[in-house]
Design a protein around this ligand. Structure first.
Ligand code: MSP
Length: 754
């Protein structure tokens, strides 16, 4: 039995961030789980290297497109090595690059077959025509009228609803794929294979998109417009549309259309694949790709499984435009890889969007890993060292000691515990099969809670004081250690390094990567075997200190870059001087993509699909991302003066502004300037606020007024009164006369200004 799993191949014009890492972690977990089951697994990841976007990025960075791709690939490889996702660490089997000669050969063959193919309606699947329309380089997608915003000035190009960048006008001869003939065939495919697109909600979205009618797709560009691409067979004046080329990587990588690669991997052996993708690129995988495969007469994929998107703590999709992506260097510096893996799988409900915040990551690590699994491991093994000379104790309680054991509340045989854990194992594996990682881990942690409870109730440290209870003590410790053994096998795909560490401390030598959790049997931990050295697995993270370090770290990196200093690991040696504002913004939250700063279109690449919930790529106007603030505009003007004075949206959102209503107002004795107000800002208790407006507003004038309040300022004492906020007012004239900001419409107290 074989299993073939793919991630998207990532664009080779922007550097990896948490979003890419997440897809890799999910895929890696699935692959390890399959391998444990003894299934020969082939796991593909890689880079999508052709197209106008890479060509432009290369040009801006004064590189050839191949050099540009090599540069980005080096960062993806750095990420996969650092996070234990590469071949060396038991992760992917191939890092596929579409610039590989064997891919050129394979994709040419695929084109030829599709071009020979007939649609379900008997027409030629590929035909030559003329394309007239708009194209978003960042999406690498053609845009219909409902997918772009009309320009403000007549004569300007429209802008992409997703990226807010100007679209390219295309008017040229082009090959078309007759997608419009495939609607019924695709619907039949989704109907006959309900698991073809997962999860269910995504399947429904895909089906309604197809039911809405499909249009033919331009699948080539003139070489004179886009030269960095695979030439169309027998018509080298055209290059293939980058998605046609990129999707085909999934079959060329395993040998389609190239004998040598076929011998090395094996198309027949591994195809069909399970494609794991972000929901942003679902349309390409669940609609276009199946239709291409039908035309070329190639079997359909096993399934297309779409995950959700990481959002920032404010609920916005992480993107370089907003500067809110997570810097992989900061992540790996402050957190063990397995804590990151665990957090990603536990906190994100698979298929839905999830919010990322460092504090949440620290909290999870401390509660579930340091106090949970880590603590169970170290307390169990330490007690075995202390109470049983470092050897696995016996789990058996003899007849004559049963009563004694019972008296301390310990079950006299292990079946209750074993039964609980066996049942949890079944549930855990079922959840894993449906990619419900979060629920699977909840189940696994119910085992930890159960054993913690057993230990706390039995109190081994008390039992150790009573020689008559030595068997009870041994049985409790055995059960805990046996549970640890099970947890290692079960959790290996999620946390390969930490489970291996506990495994070694248990002094077990079989390969975790090859042990199927379904085959675990209770009681196979050998009595009398010596355990290894005991070490803490997940040291507790000091939240305040780490948060401070993370802040400082991002700040430092930003300053260095602003000063033009070297950020050795991430700096692009060849690129122009970094844009100061942009550099700082990108670093404050996020990804090591600063060096790409000279590329005005880069910020959104890799994010090209949607805001939180828009699916099926570009089609939904509602998916318009946050307004085209500074990032895009500033970046578009390299070297623009004043850029350094801009703040990032993340800076702005640090300030919490709310609508408040003045409930009481009074003057403060001996102060001409201050009014003492109580203001309802929608919280249970009204806030007390001191405002320096007494010379211009009477208390009576203030009563009942709706005002704008800064609500997250540190409280401050003035004249013996604590002020728990600040009013917003304009300063007018030489005397700075305050004029309160207020609202023209009815508005509820507590409404947020943003
Ligand atoms: N090159 C295309 C894919 C071609 S596959 C034949 C592409 N590349 S990309 O670099 O933009 O990567 C998109 C993928 O990266 C998403 O589908 C998802 O797997 C991952 N992610 C990028 N940003 C993400 C988040 N904010 N959150 C979760 N995953 C994200 O599209």
């Amino acid at each position: 039995m074989t299993f073939y799993l793919t991630t998207p191949i990532y664009y080779a014009n922007s550097l990896p961030h948490l979003g890419h890492l997440y897809t890799m972690i999910v895929a890696d977990t699935i692959a390890r789980h399959k391998r444990q089951q003894g299934i020969e697994t082939f796991f593909l990841t890689g880079t999508d290297e052709h197209g106008i976007n890479i060509e432009r990025a290369a040009e801006r960075n004064n590189r050839t497109p191949k050099e540009q791709a090599d540069y980005v690939v080096s960062y993806f490889k750095k990420m996969t090595a650092e996070f234990g996702l590469d071949t060396e660490h038991g992760g992917y089997d191939i890092f596929m690059r579409t610039s590989e000669p064997f891919h050129y050969e394979g994709v040419s063959e695929f084109w030829r077959r599709a071009a020979r193919g007939k649609t379900p309606k008997g027409n030629d699947a590929i035909y030559k025509g003329h394309y007239e329309g708009w194209f978003c380089a960042a999406c690498a997608a053609y845009k219909s009228e409902d997918e772009y915003a009309k320009p403000q000035n007549a004569g300007d190009p429209p802008t992409c609803l997703i990226h807010d960048i100007a679209l390219d006008r295309i008017s040229e001869d082009s090959y078309f794929f007759r997608l419009s003939d495939y609607g019924d065939a695709l619907l039949e495919l989704y109907e006959s294979r309900p698991n073809f697109v997962q999860p269910e909600t995504r399947r429904n979205e895909v089906m309604s998109f197809v039911r809405g009618g499909l249009q033919d797709l331009s699948v080539s560009r003139l070489k004179s417009s886009v030269s960095w691409g695979v030439p169309v067979p027998d018509d080298p004046e055209h290059t293939m549309y980058v998605w046609f080329d990129a999707l085909t990587n999934y079959i060329t990588a395993i040998g389609f259309g190239n004998e040598q690669q076929n011998r090395a991997v094996g198309f027949e052996k591994f195809w069909p694949a399970l494609h794991l993708v972000g929901k942003d690129i679902l349309r390409f995988h669940a609609v276009y790709w199946p239709a291409f495969l039908m035309a070329a007469g190639v079997e359909q994929p096993r399934a297309i499984v779409a995950h959700g998107m990481w959002l920032d703590p404010n609920g916005r999709k992480m993107s370089k435009t907003l500067g809110n992506t997570i810097d992989l260097d900061v992540l790996s510096k402050h957190f063990p890889v397995d804590a990151i893996r665990y957090f990603c799988l536990r906190d994100m409900v698979f298929g839905q969007d999830g919010r990322f915040g460092y504090e949440a990551l620290i909290d999870r690590t401390n509660s579930d890993l340091a106090s949970g699994l880590g603590n169970l491991s170290s307390r169990t093994l330490t007690m075995i060292k202390r109470y049983n000379s470092g050897r696995v104790p016996s789990g058996v309680i003899s007849e004559d000691k049963l009563l004694l054991a019972k008296r301390t509340g310990v079950d006299t045989d292990a079946t209750t515990i074993a039964g609980f854990i066996e049942h949890a194992r079944v549930q855990y594996l079922q959840e894993l099969e449906t990619y419900s990682f979060s629920r699977a881990l909840e189940v696994a942690w119910s085992i930890i809670a159960r054993i913690d409870k057993m230990i706390s109730e039995a109190k081994p440290w008390e039992l150790a004081k009573d020689v008559n209870q030595s068997q009870t003590l041994s049985a409790v410790l055995y059960r805990a250690a046996e549970t640890l053994r099970w947890l290692c096998v079960m959790l290996y795909p999620v946390m390969p390094a930490a489970t291996q560490e506990i495994w070694s401390q248990l002094n077990l030598s079989e390969k975790l990567a090859e042990l199927d959790p379904a085959n675990l049997k209770w009681g196979e931990l050998k009595e009398g075997a010596p355990i290894g050295e005991v070490k803490a697995i997940f040291p507790r993270i000091d939240k305040a200190k780490t948060m401070e370090e993370i802040d400082r770290n991002t700040e430092d990196r930003s300053q260095k870059t602003e000063a033009g200093g070297q950020r050795s690991e991430v700096r692009d040696q060849k690129s122009e001087a970094p844009l100061p504002g942009r550099a700082r913004d990108a670093l404050r939250g996020s990804s090591p993509t600063v060096s790409e700063g000279s590329d005005p279109t880069t910020p959104v690449l890799g994010q090209h699909a949607t805001e939180a919930d828009a699916v099926l790529g570009a089609s939904q106007p509602a998916a318009r991302p946050a307004p085209p603030q500074h990032a895009t505009e500033a970046d578009a003007v390299p070297g623009a003066t004043g850029v350094a004075n801009f703040i990032d949206i993340t800076d702005f959102t640090k300030v919490e502004l709310r609508v408040g209503q003045v409930l009481t107002a009074a003057r403060i004795p001996k102060s001409d300037k201050l009014l003492l107000l109580t203001v309802d800002i929608g919280e249970e208790k009204a806030r007390q606020i001191l405002a320096g407006i007494a010379e211009h507003y009477t208390p009576e004038e203030m009563l009942g007024r709706k005002i704008a309040v800064v609500t997250n300022l540190k409280p401050r004492k003035m004249r013996g009164h604590e002020s728990q906020g600040m009013l917003l007012a304009a300063s007018v004239g030489e005397n700075d006369k305050p004029v309160l900001a207020t609202f023209a419409e009815e508005i509820p107290n507590g409404a947020r200004l943003k």
